[in-house]
Design a protein around this ligand. Structure first.
Ligand SMILES: [Zn+2]
Length: 687
C-alpha cells in the first residue's frame, strides 16, 4: 500500500493564495485576517503564533475523529462537504457495473457504503492474497508477490517507483528503495520512548492475523515485530534520505543481484512487471544487502506471517467491521491520539478519491483519485482564481529574482546558474490540462476490494506504460481536490484547486493579507528549488553540482545557523525539532515570508501602504503568514510529526521564521528582552 515517495520530486508544502482584491466581502472581514483570533494578552515578541492565533486556538477543540484541528483542516472540511455531495449524487441510483466516469466513481463509493456485503465477506475478501502467500514454496515465490505490492495489496521490503531520471531529466527511470515498515519511522522500532507504540503494533498484528485465520497469531505477531525491527536497523534514516547525491545509484540487473545477492530479484521484478528492464536506480543502496540478509535468514513461515499481516493491514479499510475497528484502535487512537473513528462517508471519500497524494502517495493507492478530481474541478474551480494566482506567482518570482541578483554572499558564477534555474520554473494552477483515462478500469457496485485491486493495478500499469517514453511535462502529482502545494522534479510549482481558498487565498481579501498567506507559500515553493536538496539540481532538471565551493560552504553555514535555532525548540517534552530533517522546509518558510514582503512592497510602486483595520501593510502581511499555520494537535500526533515530518510543527513555522525577518521587529515593536528577539548578528539570512 505504498508507492514510495518520490526521491526528490515532492518537496511539499502546505498552505494558501493572493491577488487583486475582488468585489465581495472576505471570509474574515474587514481584510482577510480573523481579528477575533488574536490573543491580546500575549506580547507578539514573546510568542507571535499565540498572539495572532491564541483566541482561535482557545475556542477550537480537536475533534474526536481527528488528531488535529487547524485552519488548513477547516479548508479540507469545506472541500470534503463538496466532495460528499458530489459522491452521493454519483452513487444515487448507479448501475451494477457502470461504464461512464461519474458512474464508476458513484459505484466505487456505493461499494464502500455497502456495509452489509462487506461484513458478510469478512476476511474472504482477501482470500486470493492469503492463499497465494500460503501456497508459496520458497522465498522466490514470496518475492514475486512482493513485486505485486506496486499494483496490489501486498507489502514488500523493497519498493519500486517510476519518476524522471535525476541525471537525464527528459527520460523516466525505475527507482528501487527500501520499504516494508508498518510503523511511521524506524525510530519507532529502535528508541525506548516508542515502546508503547511497538507493543500496540504487535497486538494489532496479532489481532489482524487472528481475524485473517492465520495459525498461531500471538507467536506470529512476535516474529513480525522482530523481523521489522531488523528491517528498521538495516534502513536508512529520513535525514539520510534527504541527500539526492548519495541516492543516485544506477545499476543493471546483474549489478542489483550482486549488490544484494540473497534476494530473488528476478522474481520480484517479474512481479512488478518490470522484469524486462536492465537499469534501476537503487536509492538507499547500502541498506539493500542488509535487508536481503534479514529476509533470507528468516524462516519462511515468518516471512509468510509478515506478508499475511500486511495484506490484512493494507486491506483493513475495505474489510468487515472488526478489521476497521482494529485499524482505528491502533493506527488512529494509539499512534495519533485520535478519539473516534471518522464517519463512514469520510472513509468512503478517502477510498474513492484519496487524500494529499503527492505528500503521501500511499493515501491514493487503489483509488479513482483523478476521476474524482475531474468532477470536483469541473464543478468548483472558478477561472478567475486561476488568473489571480498566476499574477501573484509572477510577483513573487520577481521578488526572488531581485533577491538572487543582490545576495551579498553568492558569487557571480553560482548566481548566474541560480537565475537561469529560476527562469525555468512553470506554474500549474487548479487542475491538469489532460485527464487520466479510466475507460479500462472495471468498477462494480458490490465489490469494494475488487475495485481497489483493479484501480491499483491500472494506476501502476499507467506508470509502467509511459515509462519508456519522454517525460510528460504536464504531469501532476497532486489531485485538484488536494489541500496542499508542491515544487516538483519538472521544475513546476503546483497549486491544486483545494488549497486556493480562505484563509490561504481569499479573492476578496486585502492584497497585503494575500501576499502574506498564499504569497508566502508561493515563495516557499520557489525556494525549494534552491534549498539543501533542490540546490543540487540544475536548470535542466539534472542532478549536478553548480555551486562554487565557497558559495556552497557559505550556504551551509547560513543553513546551520537557522538549524541551530530550530534545534532549541521542544514541541512536546523530550522531543526537539530535528534541524536536519526539517532543514529544507525551514529554509523555505523563511524565504517564503521574506519574498512575500518584498513582493508586497514592490506592488505598492512607491506609494505608502494603506492602513486597513488599524493595521499597517507589513503587519497585515505578517499576520497573513501567522494565520495560515494556526492549529493544534494531540501530543501523540505532535510526537509523530516531529519524528517523521520534514515540516516543523505549526507554531514553529511562525515563531521560527518571524524572528529572522527584520521587518517584523518594527511592525510589532519587538525589542531586546522579548522571548523571540534575536540581535541583528544572530538572525539567519539566506535569501
Ligand atoms: Zn515545503
Amino acid at each position: 500500500m505504498k508507492k514510495a515517495g518520490l526521491l526528490l520530486a515532492v518537496t511539499i508544502l502546505a498552505a494558501g493564495a493572493a491577488a487583486a482584491q475582488g468585489a465581495g466581502t472576505p471570509v474574515f472581514p474587514p481584510f482577510g485576517f480573523d481579528m477575533s483570533a488574536v490573543d491580546p494578552s500575549t506580547r507578539p515578541g514573546d510568542d507571535f503564533f499565540q498572539y495572532a492565533n491564541g483566541n482561535y486556538l482557545a475556542r477550537t477543540e480537536i475533534p474526536a475523529d481527528r488528531p488535529i484541528a487547524s485552519r488548513r483542516l477547516d479548508m479540507t472540511d469545506r472541500t470534503d462537504l463538496k466532495l460528499k455531495a458530489l459522491l452521493e449524487e454519483a452513487a444515487n441510483g448507479v448501475g451494477e457495473q457502470p461504464t461512464d466516469l461519474k458512474g464508476k466513481v458513484g459505484a466505487f463509493y456505493a461499494s464502500f457504503m455497502d456495509e452489509a456485503t462487506i461484513d458478510r465477506l469478512g476476511a474472504t475478501a482477501v482470500s486470493p492474497e492469503l492463499d497465494a502467500i500460503r501456497n508459496a514454496s520458497d522465498l522466490a515465490g514470496l518475492a514475486r508477490l512482493m513485486g505485486e505490492s506496486a499494483s496490489g495489496l501486498y507489502s514488500s521490503p523493497f519498493s519500486a517507483f517510476i519518476d524522471s531520471d535525476l541525471k537525464k531529466p527528459e527520460a523516466y527511470a525505475v527507482y528501487l528503495t527500501q520499504g516494508g515498515l508498518g510503523l511511521p519511522d524506524r525510530d519507532y522500532y529502535l528508541k525506548d520512548s516508542f515502546a508503547p507504540q511497538r507493543e500496540g503494533y504487535r497486538a494489532y498484528a496479532q489481532q489482524l492475523l487472528q481475524l485473517a485465520g492465520w495459525p498461531d497469531p500471538a507467536g506470529a505477531s512476535q516474529q513480525v515485530l522482530a523481523l521489522e525491527t531488523a528491517l528498521a536497523e538495516a534502513s536508512w534514516t529520513k535525514v539520510q534520505q534527504r541527500d539526492p547525491d548519495t541516492q543516485y545509484n544506477p545499476v543493471s540487473k546483474a549489478e542489483l543481484q550482486a549488490l544484494a545477492p540473497q534476494f530473488p530479484w528476478n522474481a520480484y521484478l517479474a512481479g512488478s512487471s518490470i522484469g524486462d528492464r536492465d537499469r534501476f536506480i537503487a536509492t538507499t543502496n547500502t541498506a539493500f544487502p542488509k535487508i536481503a540478509a534479514v529476509f533470507a535468514s528468516a524462516p519462511l513461515d515468518t516471512v509468510k506471517a509478515w506478508m499475511a499481516f500486511h495484506v490484512a493491514d493494507n486491506a483493513s479499510p475495505y474489510l468487515s467491521r472488526p478489521f476497521g475497528e482494529a485499524r482505528f484502535a491502533f493506527r488512529e487512537k494509539n499512534l495519533l491520539g485520535q478519539k473516534e473513528q471518522a464517519p463512514r462517508w469520510k472513509r468512503a471519500k478517502l477510498a474513492v478519491g484519496g487524500d494529499d497524494c503527492g505528500a503521501n502517495p500511499g493515501s491514493c493507492f487503489g483509488t479513482l483519485n483523478w476521476a474524482v478530481g475531474k468532477l470536483y474541478a469541473e464543478r468548483y474551480f472558478p477561472a478567475s482564481t486561476k488568473a489571480a494566482i498566476q499574477s501573484l506567482v509572477t510577483d513573487v518570482k520577481a521578488a526572488f529574482r531581485g533577491r538572487l541578483q543582490k545576495l551579498d554572499w553568492m558569487g557571480p558564477a553560482t548566481r548566474q546558474e541560480a537565475l537561469k534555474k529560476l527562469d525555468t520554473y512553470t506554474i500549474k494552477v487548479g487542475y491538469p490540462d489532460t485527464w487520466r483515462d479510466y475507460s479500462n478500469v472495471v468498477v462494480k457496485r458490490d465489490d469494494l476490494v475488487g475495485n481497489v485491486r483493479r484501480a491499483a493495478a491500472a494506476d501502476w500499469a499507467f506508470y509502467v506504460g509511459r515509462s519508456r517514453g519522454a517525460v510528460d511535462k504536464g504531469d501532476w502529482l497532486m489531485t485538484p481536490q488536494t489541500n496542499d502545494a508542491y515544487n516538483g522534479s519538472l521544475r513546476d510549482i503546483v497549486f491544486p484547486a483545494g488549497i486556493l481558498q480562505a484563509p490561504m487565498f481569499d479573492p476578496n481579501a486585502d492584497p497585503a493579507y494575500n501576499y502574506g498567506a498564499i504569497g508566502g507559500v508561493i515563495g516557499h515553493e520557489l525556494t525549494h528549488g534552491f534549498d539543501d536538496q533542490g540546490r543540487k539540481i540544475d536548470a535542466s532538471g539534472a542532478l549536478r553540482d553548480w555551486w562554487t565551493p565557497n558559495d556552497a560552504a557559505e550556504f551551509k553555514r547560513r543553513a546551520k545557523m537557522l538549524g541551530d535555532q530550530y534545534a532549541m525548540f521542544e514541541p512536546v517534552p523530550g522531543v526537539h525539532i530535528n534541524p536536519d530533517l526539517t532543514m529544507g522546509e525551514n529554509i523555505a518558510d523563511l524565504g517564503g515570508l521574506t519574498m512575500a514582503l518584498d513582493a508586497y512592497h514592490a506592488s505598492l510602486h512607491g506609494r505608502k501602504a494603506p492602513v486597513v483595520g488599524g493595521l499597517t501593510g507589513d503587519q497585515r502581511v505578517l499576520l497573513g503568514w501567522a494565520q495560515v499555520w494556526a492549529g493544534k494537535a494531540t501530543p501523540e500526533e505532535i510526537k509523530r510529526l516531529t519524528t517523521s515530518d520534514p515540516h516543523s510543527f505549526r507554531k514553529y513555522r511562525v515563531n521560527g521564521v518571524v524572528r529572522n525577518v527584520d521587518a517584523w521587529y518594527p511592525a510589532f515593536k519587538v525589542q531586546a528582552g522579548d522571548k523571540l528577539y534575536l540581535p541583528l548578528a544572530k538572525r539567519a539570512r539566506i535569501w
